[in-house]
Unconditional design. Structure first.
Length: 157
């Protein structure tokens, strides 16, 4: 069996190792809290973007899985040229390494998003509701009253 040509193995190896190095940098930054919400890297779900605390927690939880994705990508990238497989084997190895890395990155995002949902959000404004128009509720006004969304305003009195 003849080894795959360098014109195939080198770009695949560079792609996989590059992905692995980038994932390793993101994992380290996520673990240490160096990622910033204003940047482009890290967990970017709705819950993770809700506050700086949620963003930091999401990326800290995701960091070990992102590190695993980095290991998978780098190992696959190193094996592509070193194993001396044929064209089909090289392509299969590269696709499996890439798919495994991407799957782990997606899983990291899901785990980070789930963790970010546990961070309490800021309380909503406790001011008068949209139906308060000076109904003479007393000296405290409507501030102490609340109504469920969609409930008739008669329940306020």
């Amino acid at each position: 069996m003849e080894s795959a040509p360098l014109v195939l193995t080198v770009p695949l190896a560079v792609l996989l190792v590059g992905l692995g190095v980038l994932a390793a940098l993101v994992a380290r930054a996520g673990w240490t809290g160096a990622l910033r919400p204003e940047g482009r890297l890290g967990a970017r779900g709705r819950a993770a973007s809700a506050s700086p605390e949620a963003f930091a927690l999401a990326n800290r939880v995701a960091a070990p899985v992102v590190g695993g994705a980095a290991v998978v990508a780098v190992v696959a990238g190193l094996l592509v040229p070193l194993l001396g497989l044929g064209v089909a084997g090289t392509v299969v190895l590269a696709v499996v390494g890439l798919a495994g890395s991407v799957a782990l990155l997606v899983a990291a995002g899901v785990l980070g998003e789930r963790a970010a949902r546990t961070v309490p959000t800021a309380a909503a404004s406790t001011g008068p509701g949209p139906g308060c128009g000076g109904c003479a509720c007393g000296s405290g006004g409507c501030a102490g009253l609340s109504r469920a969304p969609g409930a008739p305003e008669e329940q306020l009195a």
